[in-house]
Design a protein. Structure first.
Length: 472
């Protein structure tokens, strides 16, 4: 039995369903502003004025109040400048940041886990101001046209800016964001014919990009080093048609005996759209030896591994070696409850970025209308089975039949959800652990092996074709 103060299966899930004061009002103001961007700010209508005013009222009494009030007034009159759009983006980010903090505070209360009191250092200055100004100009043009008004002429304005930014490592973060955003908009042109607009997503990308044009905000994160034992909990796989990322969530036990801390280690690579399922691991393995350790149920011993203030390991195989066997569920029961979470950088304070490792047990599963729910002693918790990757042996059926779960606690569409990373269940009267990253280091499973072979063949063909093109 896990002690009451050890989080784990006795997480106070009931707290997650309680109302958080001010949360709905903050998100309502954000939603109203996001609708302003749909029609654009070239010739604002009365409904857009309401959305702008609501954003200004939501940050009244804060240091942003005067600047945002002025920006809202100017934008409502069709005279918004680039500085005014930056102020509006900052107000939107501040509201979502406050929502993030309130949601995280509730999670900390429910899990009983500590949080690292250190703050994320502010980045330094950044050069190439002319390119930042050019990017800000393009984003301002987007705000004026609105999502309904985008066309290829407007969207193509980003190409020259991105091309100039990419060679500069200090600007690559913003360049990558602008490149992806512009490609997404280009695929949706003309905006006037769109049946459905991803309002929140495009507003998120627009406001984040606009704030990254402020000198210094897109600088590389401050990096330190850590030495100790890394105990993996599970792998979160995020797949796109042309890219895939594997993010390992783990507990780091410092060699100096300090407080254990939650950390992440990720690898992201481009991929052909023909490589899917277990074949994804072939693309990821060469970039991170940690994936093999996860698959084999082992720890990793780290020596001076670079790490950001947010707890992201800048993985380098030269600073890691294979350690002793380490069961993820033993880590979740013993080490996770006392592991401190890292601070969050200001621009990353957003509800969509919440992904907190948790351990649950002693629940009952209930499925209704294809929605799976874990009922704990403290209350129900919705299970996000849609995030279970096809690149591993974990299935929704195994999750529904489980008695213990390692997962990521997220927040989406007004409720907390748990994304399973691994479960303990019974198969043929035997207790087994099934991990979403179980095939990360290779597999003998028939379905996994078949997908691996298909990926091998697809990658070989693509390499051969690429070689022919380069030889011409």
């Amino acid at each position: 039995m896990v002690p009451d103060n050890q989080g784990g299966g006795l997480m106070r899930a009931g707290l997650l369903s309680e109302t958080i004061a001010g949360l709905d009002e903050a998100l309502t103001a954000v939603d109203a502003f996001d609708q302003v961007l749909v029609a654009g700010l070239l010739r604002p209508q009365p409904a857009q004025t309401t959305g702008l005013t609501g954003l200004a009222h939501a940050v009244a009494g804060t240091p942003l109040a005067a600047r945002v009030a002025e920006a809202a007034e100017k934008a409502a009159g069709g005279a918004g400048s680039e500085d005014h759009f930056v102020a509006l983006a900052a107000a939107r980010a501040a509201l979502l940041g406050s929502a993030h903090d309130a949601l995280m505070a509730r999670i900390e209360e429910a899990t009983g886990r500590p949080r690292d009191e250190e703050t994320v250092p502010q980045p330094g200055g950044q050069e190439a101001v002319n390119l930042l100004v050019a990017a800000r100009s393009w984003l301002s043009d987007l705000a004026r046209s609105g999502w309904r008004g985008i066309d290829h002429d407007v969207v193509s304005g980003a190409s020259s800016v991105v091309s100039a930014m990419l060679p500069d490592p200090a600007l690559r973060r913003l360049a990558t964001l602008l490149d992806g955003f512009a490609a997404e908009l280009a695929a949706s042109c003309p905006g006037a014919s769109l049946e459905r607009i991803p309002v929140r997503r495009w507003a998120d990308l627009w406001s984040r990009a606009l704030l990254l044009t402020l000198p210094g905000t897109a600088d590389a994160p401050v990096v330190g080093t850590v030495t100790g034992r890394l105990l993996p909990l599970g792998v979160d796989v995020q797949e796109h048609a042309t890219a895939v990322q594997a993010q390992v969530h783990a507990v780091l036990e410092p060699a100096d005996g300090g407080t254990p801390r939650l950390v992440r280690a990720g690898a992201a690579v481009p991929k052909p759209d023909t490589v899917v399922g277990a074949g994804l691991w072939q693309l990821l393995r060469p970039h991170m030896s940690l994936l093999a350790a996860v698959s084999e149920g082992r720890s990793m011993d780290l020596t001076d591994m670079p790490v950001t203030a947010e707890g992201d390991l800048v993985w380098d195989d030269e600073h890691a070696r294979q350690g002793e066997p380490a069961d993820a569920f033993a880590t979740a029961r013993v080490a996770l409850p006392t592991a401190a979470a890292a601070a969050t950088a200001p621009l990353d304070r957003h509800p969509a970025r919440i992904a907190v490792p948790v351990f649950l047990e002693g629940y009952t599963s209930h499925k209704e209308d294809d929605a799976l729910t874990f009922t704990l002693a403290g209350g129900p918790l919705v299970v996000d089975t849609d995030r279970i990757p096809t690149a591993g042996p974990l299935t929704p059926e195994a999750v529904a039949a489980s008695g213990a779960c390692i997962g990521l606690l997220r927040w989406d569409a007004g409720t907390y959800l748990v994304q399973p990373l691994a479960v303990e269940t019974t198969v043929r009267k035997k207790a087994v652990a099934i991990h979403a990253g179980g095939w990360a280091g290779g597999t003998t499973d028939k379905a996994g092996a078949k997908a691996e072979k298909a990926a091998t063949d697809a990658v070989a063909v693509l390499r051969e074709r690429a070689g022919r093109l380069l030889r011409k």
